[in-house]
Design a protein around this ligand. Structure first.
Ligand code: ASP
Length: 279
């Protein structure tokens, strides 16, 4: 018996979603040769991220943050914690609701009830981001973090948190909280967290498409994720990428932008943090 728990919070400036599935592994699958005990992938947004536009200080600061995020989830999973806890702890927003999605004032009230820190909109202002806004209106780079985890019980979870697109209309809802678009987890296939131009990820139901290609098209995670991000989405004109994990702990992190902040760690001791396309 498989069931899905899906919860999300959508705030005007901040969206977050966690989706997880209960295990439906057979013992054989669990003992499969390539089965990893646990695994974790993260992203910190995709976009116009090139070595030319980066200072060495910012490069190493980004790598430090990605490494810290990986270590947070790694601790939970290696100690036998659940995938959903690992995702929550890694991307920092707690959620407790029976609903799938909350928006507008309801979401704000819910955030207050849950004791989330409230900040003035000016909190989100930085000179660097303001410059990017004025220089590159409509670029997709933003304050995003996403994570997928596989735990020791064989459960997959995915979560995505975003500030949305640069220069978006107020009350615009992106793909992060839309199940099957920017975030999806299914124990029979994979967990996916996306970053990029959300309107395309919603219209092309990107995260679910990857899962469906695996479930019904019998593709591997790598084939499915690459087909959707580097073929279907490119032809549609959509920019961005995903981090994803299958039920064995295999990892795929394709993106069609110049860079994507990303990293992974697993129970075999493999780990890495990358930023640019050529890494
Ligand atoms: N996918 C997000 C959105 O469209 C942007 C991001 O954080 O990558 O809202």
């Amino acid at each position: 018996m498989k069931y899905i728990i899906a919860k999300s919070v959508f705030l005007s400036l901040f969206a977050f979603l966690i989706l997880s599935c209960k295990s439906n592994y057979t013992q054989e699958e669990k003992l499969g040769e390539n089965q990893k005990e646990w695994a974790l992938v993260i992203h910190g947004g995709a976009g116009v991220i090139t070595r030319k536009l980066m200072t060495s200080e910012r490069d190493s600061a980004y790598r430090k943050v990605l490494t810290r995020a990986l270590e947070t989830g790694e601790k939970v999973l290696s100690e036998g914690g659940s995938a959903i806890d690992a995702v929550e702890k890694t991307i920092h927003v707690m959620e407790k609701s029976v609903h799938v999605m909350l928006a507008g004032e309801g979401a704000s009230d819910f955030a207050v009830e849950q004791g989330l820190e409230q900040v003035d909109p000016s909190y989100f202002y930085t000179d660097h981001r303001y410059r990017q806004l004025t220089e590159a209106i409509n670029r997709e780079k933003n304050g995003t973090v996403g994570c997928c985890a596989l735990d020791k019980d064989g459960n997959l979870a995915a979560g995505t948190s975003t500030g949305g697109m640069t220069n978006k209309k107020y009350n615009r809802i992106g793909d992060a909280p839309v199940i099957g678009a920017g975030t999806y987890a299914n124990n029979s296939s994979c967990a996916v967290s996306a970053t990029g131009h959300g309107e395309y990820f919603i219209r092309w139901t990107v995260a679910h498409d990857i899962s469906a290609l695996m479930e019904y098209g019998e593709m591997s995670l790598y084939e499915a994720a690459n087909l959707v991000i580097n073929d279907k989405l490119v032809k549609a004109g959509g920019t961005g990428g995903v981090v994803s994990l299958d039920k064995y702990g295999n990892i795929a992190m394709p993106f069609n932008t110049e860079g994507m902040f990303r990293g992974f760690v697993d129970s075999d001791g493999d780990r890495a943090v990358h930023i640019y396309k050529d890494e």
